[in-house]
Ligand binder design. Structure first.
Ligand SMILES: NC(=O)c1ccc[n+]([C@@H]2O[C@H](COP(=O)([O-])OP(=O)(O)OC[C@H]3O[C@@H](n4cnc5c(N)ncnc54)[C@H](OP(=O)(O)O)[C@@H]3O)[C@@H](O)[C@H]2O)c1
Length: 334
């Protein structure tokens, strides 16, 4: 089948806002799209190609991958390569593409964690799968307690010097580890651009130490799973729908995470969002974006309408102090 010719929407930059990522020249859209779920070999090309194209047409310039996104491992990158070949790739210079290595990818001692051996091999594989000469951001996906941080950060720095990545970042690093990694990368002359961390109304671990540290160090923060994998939407209010991430055997959200107590909180948040004239998904994203230290929220979407709903967060009214307090009370189960 000959793919239809893709022409990006002329007004794609009209409604999105872009923010410098920490103390760097690179600007990221307030909303970025992640390919962890919904872009694997178990998913439908027509659907995820439409999601990617709609995202770009609406100003989402940043697409986030990792070596093992799928399933099967590697298939999200292979599929993204196809999306690029089928049209989006004509806009390569308008795209910020990231990938990562750090989790389990291939058998044996060189397909996991943080050695120089693994990071170089993995990025070379990722570039081949996507059909790219370089990625914009390469991340170490999680800290490795058994490899010297100097080795892992040295590999990231050399990858930049080789031109295989323009910038580097870290993900899932706790504050003390992040501080050391940031110092090493700065010493190497390849500053840490960004930290990718789980952050949502339901998961606030970054707030006490990590956010202030990144702010002080001039490193951006991109918040992953900002909808708590779909829990911060109206999806689970009346049970677990069959087509949801929690119901799919390939999804990372467990049914057991959707407890009656959580559903009660979700219902109250949903009603609160409705009073503000928005969906819970919109409110949950706007709530994160209200913090100036959050560079971008990194969403997932299993359909174009979900993506469109999430984009409305950009038009959200600001939160009053009273609304913020009310949300905190709901989250605390009061
Ligand atoms: N660095 C890391 O370790 C790490 C870890 C996890 C994720 N990430 C990155 O973060 C990205 C996003 O993570 P995530 O997918 O967990 O993010 P998320 O935005 O919290 O969850 C996305 C899921 O929520 C549901 N959803 C989204 N919008 C909706 C809406 N408007 N209404 C109803 N349901 C909606 C969909 O699930 P259904 O399938 O149920 O429709 C969608 O796939 C990943 O793709 C990846 O790039 C990074």
């Amino acid at each position: 089948m000959i793919p239809e010719i893709y022409q990006a929407a002329p007004g794609r930059y009209d409604k999105m806002s872009y923010k410098h990522c920490g103390h760097s020249g690179l600007q990221l859209p307030l909303i970025s799209l992640g390919l962890w779920h919904n872009f694997g070999s178990v998913d439908r090309y027509e659907n995820f190609n439409a999601i990617a194209r709609t995202a770009f047409d609406r100003g989402i310039t940043h697409f986030d991958l990792a070596n093992n996104y799928g399933p099967v491992y590697g298939s999200a990158e292979t599929n993204f390569g196809r999306i690029l070949r089928d049209g989006l790739g004509a806009y390569r210079d308008e795209l910020v593409i990231s990938t990562k290595a750090g989790y389990d990818m291939w058998p044996g001692p060189y397909g996991n964690w943080g050695s120089r051996k693994y990071l170089f091999a993995s990025l070379n594989q990722s570039l081949r799968r996507m059909g790219l000469d370089y990625v914009d951001i390469f991340y170490h996906h999680r800290p490795d307690p058994d490899t010297p941080l100097e080795e892992t950060m040295g590999a990231l720095s050399d990858i930049v010097r080789q031109g295989k990545a323009l910038y580097v970042g870290i993900s899932n690093y706790r504050p003390a580890e992040a501080r050391k990694a940031i110092a090493l990368l700065r010493r190497n002359g390849t500053p840490c651009l960004i930290h990718q961390a789980r952050y949502s109304m339901f998961d606030r671990w970054v707030e006490p130490e990590l956010l202030p540290l990144l702010d002080q160090q001039g490193v951006g923060l991109i918040a992953f799973s900002p909808l708590a994998q779909g829990m911060l939407t109206d999806k689970y209010i009346h049970g677990i729908p069959e087509d949801s991430r929690a119901a799919r055997s390939t999804g990372h959200l467990q049914r057991s995470q959707i407890t009656p107590e959580k559903v009660e909180i979700i219902k109250r948040l949903n009603a609160f969002a409705a009073d503000r004239g928005q969906t819970l998904a919109e409110m949950a994203l706007a709530w994160l974006l209200a913090d100036r230290r959050v560079t971008s929220v990194l969403i997932g979407a299993s359909s174009v309408p979900q993506l469109e709903d999430n984009l409305k967060a950009l038009d959200s009214a600001p939160f009053t102090a009273a609304e913020r307090e009310a949300i905190e009370r709901i989250l605390a189960g009061e």
